[in-house]
Design a protein around this ligand. Structure first.
Ligand SMILES: [Cu+2]
Length: 113
């Protein structure tokens, strides 16, 4: 009986810890040469997916426009681009083709602890 209880508690803790770490995919749309929403907050390990809804090509380039920092870069996004970020912080990004108007930020937040 004792063994059963120990086993149950181990299984339960595994279940709870895996649920806590569930990652999501958060979408940013490119509409009329704008990142929508321009600012998103995600959890560590989440995936950000940019979806280009128009014919016009854009890039998703990390850094403060017009200087890329090399964290991620998708040149000429035709349809979709995904990136998974594992470090907390602010990730500025922009479009290299339209740096004056196309800018966004991904905020990876650990504040929910
Ligand atoms: Cu663009």
């Amino acid at each position: 009986m004792k063994k059963f209880l120990v086993l149950t508690s181990i299984l339960l803790s595994l279940l709870l810890s895996s649920k806590e770490g569930w990652s999501e995919t958060v979408e940013v749309k490119i509409i009329k040469s704008t990142f929508i929403p321009a600012v998103i907050k995600v959890k560590k390990g989440d995936t950000v997916r940019w979806v280009n809804t128009e014919e016009l090509r854009h890039t998703v380039t990390s850094g403060k426009a017009p200087i890329s920092d090399g964290k991620f870069n998708a040149a000429y996004v035709k349809k979709e681009f995904e990136v998974t970020l594992d470090k907390e912080g602010f990730y500025d990004y922009y479009c290299e083709l339209h740096p004056a108007i196309m800018r966004g930020v991904v905020i990876i937040d650990l504040a929910e602890k």
